[in-house]
Write a protein that binds this ligand. Structure first.
Ligand SMILES: [Mg+2]
Length: 120
């Protein structure tokens, strides 16, 4: 089963997402609270998939995505998006984002999207 790194500055979002992933049989091997920490954890843990929030302090999700994709082009990074982030989504696609999952989370839709990414 695929293992995950969750990058989100919201403790609540991380907890909810972790619950959904674990219920689906996936393993969450690490968490990070901003793009820089997410990159550092990626280097250390080499997860199969990263879920990356967009709005975060220090280094946002676009910055974290760029760093991971530059160093690891084969990485799989799924962006977590909120309403009103169309421009950021376009930027994320240009930076190599593999997919998007919207907040608030819909467990069924989320697992379907991640299954697609894992099998791509
Ligand atoms: Mg956030």
């Amino acid at each position: 089963m695929a293992n995950f790194l969750i990058v989100d500055d919201s403790r609540t979002s991380r907890r909810i997402l972790k619950g959904i992933l674990e219920s689906a049989g996936y393993k969450v091997i690490g968490e990070a609270t901003n793009g820089q920490e997410g990159y550092d954890r990626y280097v250390e843990l080499q997860p199969d998939v990263v879920t990356m929030d967009i709005t975060m302090p220090v280094l946002d999700g676009i910055g974290g995505l760029k760093k991971i994709k530059e160093a690891y082009p084969e990485s799989k990074v799924v962006m977590v998006t909120a309403a009103g982030q169309k421009n950021k989504m376009v930027e994320a696609v240009q930076c190599g984002a593999d997919e998007f999952i919207p907040k608030p989370f819909d467990a069924e839709q989320l697992v379907a999207t991640l299954t697609k990414v894992i099998n791509a």
